[in-house]
Design a protein. Structure first.
Length: 441
């Protein structure tokens, strides 16, 4: 089979066979197919798309390109969640302990942030002592005992995706539904959970800017997971403005701690999204209705059991208990500035991607993979879209360890805000749900 024949067939809109897709992925991962041919195929897929069957085979090959984690010891209770990305998205740290309280076993492998979205592992590393790398036995035994462990994804998990994603990033082929769906689902399948809840974000801080496109991506991922024998639900959530009030690594963990201790002031979005995702994990794992699971999740949060589970999980991985329990033990960024409203009226829109870029400019994220993170940098939002403001009112506090970064960041943040005389329409936090239909024997 000639590689160029496969490229031209896809270019001309034909479907590739299972064997052709497997040859391509195996050849590219092992280095026998060069970047220029893979780039041409990716561009052909970008323009011509893939059938459901082609996408499922592509995902399966990518998942099997490396280690496949075996979570069978947890039976039906293994449950994972994945967000397609956002700004201020700290739901994993709330959802996984809540799901553990509801009986789920979450063995989660997460990544670092790049660009405007933060990374789960960077956030965890802002907790002194936290170990993001555990041996397989310790990882699974913690999940058995506490119900949750979160570590950094190692290089052996879906290595084909790592190579392909890096190539897509530089060839203008990221924004393709079959390529995004196979990239995300290959990692989820390799990570082994029987139950998968996908948080598909929609809006200015998300990959998918419209609900229609988010639904297409969600449906594609749910279908892949179902074809591969997993129970999958996708929840469409609003990411048109940052989630919660804090953006930045330590700031987000501090917000999580306050929330888990019962303080949800100004955090309706974070509460609703987190409880909904945890409820769907338990609903899939235990076969109970999602609304009953939601009530259980609410009780686990309000009673403080989710906080106790969070504390147990973080300290089991070496995180400093005093840092969690005692706000006085946490360092603050040495420099801060207050961004103020430039108009009087309603804050009508806050562009989440621009706010994420501002946090990155302050040191909270990286533009290149080897950039160093400032764990204390970030933004605390004092106002959100829909709030009334008078010119000169404080809207946010910007934090950094490098004073020179403040002026440009403040300008960028202010430019991300829009004002109006009329109250903007309220956006729902949960925009839809798409459930898979796995036929189980
Ligand atoms: N996240 C991924 O893991 N892959 C993509 O292609 C897009 C977002």
């Amino acid at each position: 089979m000639r590689i160029t024949d496969m490229i031209t067939r896809k270019r001309d809109g034909q479907a590739l066979t299972d064997k052709e897709i497997r040859n391509f992925i195996d050849g590219y991962t092992s280095g026998t197919i060069p970047d220029y041919q893979m780039s041409a195929l990716l561009m052909a897929i970008y323009f011509r798309g893939m059938t459901e069957a082609e996408t499922a085979v592509l995902t399966d090959c990518m998942a099997h390109s490396g280690e496949m984690l075996d979570l069978s010891r947890f039976g039906d209770l293994s449950a994972d969640k994945h967000s397609t990305g956002g700004v201020g998205d700290k739901t994993t740290f709330i959802v996984a302990p809540l799901a553990a309280c509801l009986g789920c076993k979450t063995a989660k492998m997460s990544g670092r942030g790049l660009g405007h979205t933060g990374g789960t592992i960077d956030k965890l590393e802002s907790i002194p002592g936290y170990r993001t790398s555990l041996g397989g036995a310790e990882f699974l035994s913690q999940v058995e005992r506490i119900g949750v462990s979160v570590i950094g994804a190692n290089a052996d998990l879906a290595p084909a995706d790592k190579k392909l994603y890096a190539l897509r990033d530089v060839t203008g082929t990221v924004e393709s539904v079959p390529l995004i769906a196979s990239s995300i689902m290959s990692k989820k399948l390799a990570a082994g959970a029987k139950n998968i809840v996908l948080d598909v974000t929609v809006g200015s801080g998300a990959f998918m800017k419209t609900k229609e496109n988010a639904e297409i991506l969600a449906r594609a991922m749910v279908d892949i997971g179902t074809r591969c024998g997993r129970r999958v639900t996708a929840v469409l959530t609003d990411m048109d403005q940052p989630l919660g009030r804090c953006i930045g690594n330590a700031l987000e963990i501090e917000e999580v701690i306050a929330f888990l201790r019962g303080d949800d002031r100004g955090l309706d979005d974070l509460r609703e999204v987190s409880l909904t995702l945890a409820a769907h994990m338990a609903s899939l794992a235990r076969g109970i209705p999602a609304d009953a699971a939601y009530k259980e999740a609410e009780t686990a949060w309000k009673s403080g059991r989710a906080y106790e589970t969070f504390l147990a999980f973080i300290t089991a991985q070496g995180g400093d208990a005093d840092w969690i329990i005692n706000p006085g033990a946490r360092k603050k960024a040495p420099y801060e500035t207050v961004a103020v409203a430039e108009h009087t009226g309603y804050l009508s829109h806050m562009n989440a991607e621009e706010v994420g870029i501002t946090a990155m400019m302050l040191g909270a994220g990286r533009q290149k993979t080897d950039d160093k993170i400032d764990p204390l940098a970030g933004i605390r939002l004092l106002k959100k879209a829909g709030d009334t403001v008078s010119k000169g009112d404080p809207v946010a506090v910007l934090y950094t360890s490098d004073k020179a970064l403040l002026p440009a960041a403040e300008r960028r943040f202010s430019a991300a805000l829009e004002y109006a005389a009329e109250k903007p329409a309220e956006r729902a936090h949960i925009l839809g749900e798409i459930a898979g239909d796995l036929q189980e024997k």
